[in-house]
Design a binder for this molecule. Structure first.
Ligand code: ZN
Ligand code: ZN
Length: 318
């Protein structure tokens, strides 16, 4: 608890400091001012010494504070890797459109994570209603690692089909096009996703998992998918040849994001490349793609436009 308070205090001080630096260096001051205002509001509300009325009692529980640290923890893991071994060194952490992706992280990625985890909290126990007892017992008898591996396979097969539909059904593609609109990929570009896209994918993955897997396995999967999906978008150059045949690495998912003709509608799997091999959508040459983004298509450049546009459709651009 003490470490958490120190961390929160550091975050607040950091937010104010970075706000000051940003307001000096950037032309647009609005982000810096919002950040500083939020930090000051946090301090006014009690900051790191805020009183906790109820002490959390044992068991598996994930608090809101964990999620507030999420963005910073993720940045802490991935930004150094991208700075040390970038595939595109000129890109930089604060590339074009990075603020748009931070907005996505906070407004869709974060609430969705919270919701997914909440569904699994002991208090709600959604698995109790969806679970098939025979299946649950059968899976529970396996070793923990085997259960986890099986969960990732089930999740990725489910993800494969909803992802395929998001590409092939024109109405669904409008939503998924937002995710493909990033012209540069890095850890936070992966958060750019319409909330309809996010919800559909999360729902498709969670439903089959809830039939037979225990809450702890599903929780472990949710943590794994958060880390792995973020990782596959990273601007990280080194290739591990022995591993990338089995597990999706950045270069593999980057080919999914290219606007180059040869790789359109390829590499739908998010964990295992061999799932694409199985269904004939595997594309994985030795090099990296040269371009990312939408091929011959334009979408709104801002968050509000990207959120509304898919619902109403837009004029065709040829
Ligand atoms: Zn896609
Ligand atoms: Zn992606």
């Amino acid at each position: 608890m003490h470490t958490m308070r120190v961390l929160i205090q550091c975050l607040i001080v950091g937010a104010i400091l970075f706000g000051i630096i940003s307001s000096i260096r950037r032309k647009k001051k609005i982000l810096a001012l919002t950040g500083m205002l939020l930090a000051i509001a946090a301090t006014a509300l009690g900051g790191s010494s805020v009183q906790i009325n109820e002490t959390p009692h044992g068991g598996l529980a994930i608090g809101l504070d964990w999620f507030l640290l999420d963005l910073f923890l993720m940045a802490l893991i991935y930004v150094p890797l991208e700075r040390l071994w970038p595939q595109h060194p000129k890109q930089g952490t604060f590339r074009k459109e990075w603020t748009l992706d931070v907005v996505y992280f906070m407004s869709t990625h974060l609430p969705l994570q919270i919701l997914s985890f909440l569904v699994l909290l002991p208090a709600t126990q959604a698995t109790k209603y969806l679970g098939v007892p025979v299946l649950q017992e059968f899976i529970a008898r396996m070793a923990w690692f085997l259960q986890f591996f099986l969960a990732v396979v089930v999740a990725d097969v489910a993800e494969y089909f909803i992802h395929l539909a998001l590409h092939k059904v024109p109405f669904l593609w409008r939503f998924h096009a937002v995710h493909h609109s990033s012209k540069a990929l890095d850890w936070i570009a992966g958060s750019r996703s319409h909330f309809v896209d996010d919800t559909l994918v999360r729902g498709f993955i969670l439903a089959p998992l809830m039939l037979g897997f225990s809450q702890s396995i599903i929780l472990a999967y949710l943590i794994f998918v958060t880390l792995h999906a973020t990782w596959t978008h990273c601007n990280f150059g080194p290739n591990a040849k022995w591993l990338e045949k089995f597990l999706v690495m950045p270069r593999y998912h980057h080919w999914h994001h290219t606007s180059q003709k040869e790789s359109i509608d390829k590499n739908f799997a998010i964990h295992f490349p061999w799932i694409d091999k199985l269904f004939g959508t595997y594309y994985f040459p030795e090099e990296w793609p040269a371009q990312y983004g939408l091929a011959g298509e334009e979408i709104s450049p801002n968050f509000l436009g990207q959120t509304i546009e898919p619902f109403i459709g837009k004029k065709k651009t040829s």
